[in-house]
Design a protein around this ligand. Structure first.
Ligand code: FAD
Length: 369
């Protein structure tokens, strides 16, 4: 048995702690500066929509493919998790069909002409030409899920607690400090420690990690009381390379998230009123029924939001590293897909922790990469 300290209580940290706890082999402590219930620009998870619209390439599909069964099970069987099924419709604009990669936003593989995920959604079907508005080359519809993050994150904390995980506050300047933060005693208590780094965007600032490949992809949203189905996303907008259009209605009165932006390298925590106006204008143009046909005046705004997606050059980092004398397993840099890849990524961390422990015990372990 080892003491595991998970740094971070976003969707990555909590899901990882939960899957590690289900192993029933180790003691687990989650330490974080921000927790479910907090809203801060350093804490991305509460600001997400969040829905499942695959964003990884076919080569990296593992994360989302292996998360979908659990997220859809929660939507079907566990109402208290705050996840529900929603029809969705995605469409690719003519203007985006042949864009060079560097001009594409966070969504790219979602709009592949021949995407890897068609078999993941049982009712996936491509739209017929006559179903597409002018200016769009292709599209699809299928049933996905929308996660009410305000319900789901506390639910994850509850699941962790029920599984014996201790969740506590802590602010680390350096990853090395995690070693002494287990609620079950550190190495002094005679146990080895594994630290799991789920610090999201802050991995670029955390001592001992300082990953300069991590950068923010700023997402501005408006949350409205109005509801709409299907949820929608399109490949780009007329309003600039870094502006998006999407809608999703959260379960249980969570309102509809109207987005958005994908602004690389932008750390601004404040909603920009001009951007907000464009977000709302696009929404009522694309889905007039959202506002009962009354335009922006028909929208009932709950709040404006800004979250910073933890994007990373080179993609998500899920790997082992020995820092000084500390064994760390990293799980950060999920960009705009942290929820929809959460179980697949956490599962990989469990495999890596098994590898570490087996090596310490002098055993071989075979893992499914
Ligand atoms: P975070 O949620 O940022 O959590 C990091 C944790 O680490 C926090 O608890 C923090 O306090 C802690 N921490 C960091 N540094 C320290 C330190 N030094 N000491 C102690 N604690 C520390 N994803 C989807 O799957 N679907 C979507 O539809 C979707 N929509 C999105 C829309 C928007 C507008 C945004 C902004 C994001 C969206 N995302 C979506 C992306 C998703 O929100 C992120 O990928 C995910 O939340 C990242 O979670 P995380 O746990 O890695 O990081």
């Amino acid at each position: 048995m080892v003491n595991i300290v998970v740094v971070g209580a976003g969707v990555s940290g909590l899901t990882t702690a939960l899957l590690l706890a289900r192993e029933k082999k180790h003691t687990i402590t989650v330490v974080a500066k921000f927790m479910p219930g907090d809203y801060d620009i350093e804490y991305t998870s509460p600001w997400a929509g969040a829905n499942v619209l695959p964003m990884n390439s076919a080569a990296e599909q593992r994360w989302e493919r292996r998360s979908w069964p659990e997220l859809s099970r929660l939507a079907a069987d566990v109402p208290e998790a705050g996840i529900h099924f929603q029809k969705c419709k995605i469409m690719r604009r003519e203007a985006d069909a042949n864009k060079p990669d560097e001009k594409k936003g966070g969504y790219d593989p979602l709009f592949d002409a021949n995407p890897w995920y068609t078999d993941m959604f049982p009712d996936h079907r491509f739209l017929r030409k006559e179903e597409l508005p002018e200016g769009y080359v292709d599209g699809a519809q299928f049933t996905s899920v929308c996660i009410n993050t305000a319900l789901y994150l506390p639910w994850l904390v509850g699941q962790c607690r029920a599984a014996g995980v201790v969740v506590r506050r802590g602010v680390l300047k350096d990853i090395g400090e995690a070693k002494g933060l287990s609620a079950f005693g550190g190495e002094g208590a005679g146990k080895k420690v594994v630290v799991v780094n789920c610090t999201g965007l802050q991995a670029c600032r955390l001592g001992g990690v300082m990953d300069q490949n991590v950068y923010p992809a700023r997402g501005q949203t408006v949350v409205v009381r109005n509801e709409v189905e299907p949820m929608m996303a399109v490949s780009g907008t007329e309003d600039g390379e870094d502006e998006l259009f999407y809608t999703m209605t959260r379960a249980s009165g969570g309102g509809t998230i109207v987005g958005g932006t994908y602004q690389k390298g932008n750390w601004d925590p404040n909603p920009d009123p001009n951007v907000a106006m464009r977000i709302l204008k696009r929404a009522v143009e694309m889905q007039p029924e959202l506002a009962g046909g009354k335009g922006i005046a028909g929208l009932d705004i709950i709040r404006h939001g800004v979250g910073l997606r933890p994007a990373r050059n080179g993609g998500v980092r899920i790997e082992r590293e020995v820092i000084g004398d500390l064994t760390v397993v990293h799980n950060y840099g999920h960009g705009g897909w942290g929820y929809q890849g959460s179980y697949g990524c956490a599962e990989r961390v469990v495999e890596l922790v098994r590898e570490v422990v087996a090596e310490w015990d002098g055993h071989e372990v075979s893992v499914d990469k």
